[in-house]
Design a binder for this molecule. Structure first.
Ligand SMILES: [Zn+2]
Ligand SMILES: [Zn+2]
Length: 531
């Protein structure tokens, strides 16, 4: 920032009387609590004033604690003089960049699903010994069982009254239980087994690395580099994609996403960490690899795996197509067939299978129908719902490939329609929930596609209509609220910088076209005043 501009800002944004810098790996929530406490702010409105943010924004910080929030970071930077880049490290921002994820809470939340504790986890000894006492961002991760410095388990409730502890409460008070006012520094100390201590060490090392900023590479390239490391390690152990998926108990598509970075980005942080464990390599080996050095894929291993894949396909009565093979080996088809020896060695076997005659196609369809039936039976026996995705995984084909066969498609649809009305409501509710978390479409069409139920069937059911329409309405409302608060924020920001507040300057800051914004009645009113 230019000096003059900086000074102009400085005169508007008063510095807090006391503004110590954040501690290494201190979380944003911890830093906020410390700042508020040291400067004698006791209420929510004190916080709102502290950060110069709206109440809506504060709610979002409380709902998604420690998620990167550009407004909070800017506000904090201005009142503490701490650079924004440093403040971003008190959030999950470095993690999002490393895995090529967007930083908006609703998309990023899916990536962190199941990885974060919703409340405070802490080491009582760290709180007692570190000065100033603060909460570590690492403690938020459930993958971390204990404190490596003290060799003890992290606690997730008050040691005096056993209440769970919120990350942010009012009045803000560090190391105190808001329920009984007990001192968290005097919590019970439970030693970790040596095995648990080793795991804590591994996880601390991994999380410290993942939460540190990474200069250089653009996001997607970084995620792709990580994927290549996974492929190389897996090939060294001669494991097929299907075997890894079984080992981790996850869909094959998730393994492929980690390795090849699919558009859908279905893998979560938990999957990445567990995958590294399954390959028995440290996360450092994978995430800290030299991006300029292509991960070496041992050629012999590739041949071995292609053989294994072909055997598996033959055993399952599936075609030895290049696509099927490369799907199992887990390499992009064109890359796999780049190896000349592979092509000459295997093409004979492939040619004996293709092209298919019409009769063969019908026979093949018959086979797939049988496999699907078996998969449905198997799932029923396990007591889980025979969803399209589970069936596809068991059969070892993508659900798109399955649906390419008309009879299979009909069977899948029949399977979906055989649900009792109660079950159908439940799966619709689940699909709506999932779409909400993923931020994908809530239209009848896309919910229906996800469940193999036609949009018309969904529309005919009154309860389902109510579920979907309520979700659509809520999502519209959420988007609207979000936009309104962004517009308010932009106006505040322009005013505070002494700039002219016009419709176009606001739209530019918000980054949304004025025609889109003006569709919302509340924003239209705001703009009328500006015009
Ligand atoms: Zn500790
Ligand atoms: Zn308590």
């Amino acid at each position: 920032m230019e000096t003059a501009e900086f000074e102009a800002l400085h005169s508007i944004w008063k510095r807090l009387p006391l503004h110590p810098p954040p501690e290494p790996f201190e979380s944003m929530t911890s830093y906020l609590i410390r700042l508020a406490e040291e400067n004698g702010l006791r209420s929510m409105s004190g916080f709102v004033g502290l950060l110069r943010i709206s109440y809506g924004r504060l709610t979002s910080i409380c709902t998604f604690p420690d998620y990167p929030d550009p407004f909070a970071v800017t506000g904090l930077s201005q009142i503490t003089g701490c650079p924004e880049e440093r403040l971003q490290q008190t959030t999950f921002m470095p993690l999002a960049l490393r895995f090529g994820r967007g930083t908006a809470p609703h998309t990023f939340q899916q990536f962190l699903a199941g990885s974060l504790a919703s409340g405070l986890r802490y080491c009582p000894c760290c709180l007692a010994e570190h000065s100033p006492a603060h909460y570590s961002l690492l403690w938020r991760f459930l993958a971390l069982p204990g404190c490596t410095e003290h060799g003890i388990q992290l606690l997730d409730q008050c040691g005096h009254c056993q209440s769970p502890l919120p990350l942010l409460s009012f009045p803000p008070k560090l190391a105190r239980c808001p329920t009984c006012q007990g001192d968290l520094r005097r919590g019970p100390v439970r030693r970790q087994s040596s095995e648990a201590q080793r795991l804590s060490h591994r996880r601390t090392e991994a999380l410290q690395m993942l939460l540190s900023p990474l200069p250089g590479l653009p996001d997607q390239a970084q995620a792709k580099m990580i994927g290549k490391q996974y492929i190389a390690k897996r090939l060294k152990l001669a494991l097929l994609i299907s075997e890894v998926a079984d080992l981790l108990g996850i869909d094959q598509s998730v393994v492929r996403d980690m390795e090849q970075v699919s558009k859908l980005r279905s893998a979560s942080l938990k999957d990445y960490l567990r995958y590294a464990d399954a390959l028995s390599c440290s996360t450092r080996e994978i995430f800290d690899a030299d991006p300029n050095q292509e991960a070496l894929i041992p050629l012999n291993q590739v041949f071995k795996l292609v053989e294994a894949a072909m055997q598996q396909l033959e055993k399952q009565g599936m075609h030895l197509t290049r696509r099927n093979i490369s799907n199992l080996v887990g390499m992009e088809a064109d890359r796999l067939w780049d190896y000349p020896r592979m092509v000459s060695g295997i093409s004979k076997r492939l040619q004996s299978q293709i092209p298919q005659s019409q009769a063969e196609k019908i026979e093949r369809e018959e086979e797939v129908v049988k496999l699907v039936e078996q998969a449905i039976e198997q799932l029923k026996a396990k007591g889980v719902r025979a969803s399209q995705r589970r069936i596809a995984d068991l059969v070892g084909m993508t659900h798109w490939a399955l649906r390419a066969y008309p009879r299979v498609k009909a069977r899948l649809e029949q399977q979906a329609s055989s649900l009792s009305p109660l079950d159908r409501h439940k799966v619709v509710q689940e699909a709506v929930e999932q779409a909400r978390v993923l931020g994908t479409s809530l239209s009848y069409q896309s919910i229906g596609e996800r469940l193999d139920i036609s949009a018309e069937t969904l529309r005919r059911d009154k309860r389902i209509r109510a579920i979907i329409e309520r979700a659509q309405k809520e999502s519209r409302q959420r988007r609207e609220n979000e936009l309104v608060s962004r517009v308010e924020q932009a106006i505040e920001e322009l005013v505070s910088q002494g700039k002219k507040v016009t419709v176009s300057s606001v739209c530019q800051l918000v980054g949304v076209d004025h025609r889109v914004l003006e569709r919302r009645p509340q924003i239209r009113e705001l703009f009328l005043v500006l015009r």
